[in-house]
Write a protein that binds this ligand. Sequence first.
Ligand code: GLN
Length: 526
Amino acid sequence: MKYIIITGGVMSGLGKGITTASIGRILKDKGYDVTAIKIDPYINIDAGTMNPFQHGEVYVLMDGGEVDLDLGHYERFLDTELSSEHNLTTGKIYRTVIDKERRGDYLGKTVQIIPHITNEIKERIREVAAKSGADICIVEIGGTVGDIESMPFLEAMRQMHGEEKREDLVLIHVTLVPSDLSGWQKTKPTQHSVKALRELGLGPDVIVARCKEPLLASTKSKISLFCDVPEEAVISVHDTDNIYLVPPLLEDENLDEHLMKLLNLKALKDGMKWHQMIERMNSAEGHVKVALIGKYTHIEDAYLSVNEALKHAGIESGCTVSITWIEAENLEDDPEMVRCLEQVDGILVPGGFGVRGAEGKIKAIRYARENDIPFLGLCFGMQLAVIEFARNVVGLENANSSELGDTSHPVIDILPEQDGIEEMGGTMRIGNYDATLKKGSLAHRIYGTTKIVERHRHRYEVNPKYIDQIEAEGMIFSGKNKNRMEILEVPAHKFFFASQFHPEFTSRPGKPSPPFRAFVEAMLGG
Ligand code: GLN
């Protein structure tokens, strides 16, 4: 197994996750199977309980793991499916070590950070890497070198560095090269962060410098001299407005060749798929505007995967997709806000929790339905579409979700335990579940099959008691898993489609999610 360890310096938010994913991509394009592990040094066991305000979206994996959004970048760039084991946190490591201690596994020894915690970290990394069957495993250490929390992980990497063969482990340090007021590129922060890394016994093989404009040759030589890496190992990654351009940027800097040399590997092929995707992206001619009605719209990362899935669909359909972020609450109290909806080609209501903004989202859905504007609802978006339809078409005036308030018509509810159906009654239904699609439906047409598997993250469901009443009025449930409703559509409408699952998590550049693709096509007027 070959390992590439990625650390970060100077400050957070440098796009280390995207750099990691892009490094994986350029190696994959050389013919190697690449997997990735994200280490989050926080104490939380996983990201499931984290507020999107702080960390961006909670990304959901096929096995139901609720993880950091960087895992989403890895899956998209590497076109792979990862499991929750690919996200290590301090919480997970300590929990295992404490459990082992309680079981007496350590035979009465004093349990310490070195060696017990560091051994556990190394074991987990090696196990996950081996299980993945990949040739190369990239390990991204979250946070910034010097943080107290990441110390045990960096120490574990130092030990691994000594234990693995020289050609089997490469260290890459991602850092920032800011420019001063007169435009000079400043290397001092990089020098300091490399120094901090060296104090921990880790010397970088490669330095990836994030910068506004490409690094000047003189800046590269300075970093090379002061940080003791060859000039060819100082890689410039300047800001781009599109993250999918980072892999070709790394190739222009010859990072692929350099890594092949360090890892003693030969290129098995020269992958063109990514380049073809970029060409399609750059030759897009059309343009569509979609309104995204959300709750955290001032932080785009809160809906990162939805944003990316729209991009992927645009690339395939030859158009760019711009998003108008609309704060759902503003639709509630400001009727003028509805005007914004007049200017878009489609309306998207993504997943969500809780009552804040729900009525605004319902208003937007009503507007889409009544004005025949393409509509895509995801999870909460589907539940609210059922509520809107039940209230305004079926005539159940106070229809609601039991998540949102007391109602005599809980059209969305937590279903009671029923024969043959597991996990009901309060726990989240999370990860991969299948759905059977109705022959001849829009769902069947866009997926091209009647059996699908998609990722879920929800607690509430469409209440089966109301289905006949709703279907009698023209909204049909075209995707089901036993008595759970997975997809709804309104056949009389131009494009009105919503899913209980989250198709955004499996969308990839070059392989867009079918509902997103169909939504963008509908916005284009197709
Ligand atoms: N709040 C809803 C539920 O728990 C929808 C969840 C979501 O959109 N992810 O079922």
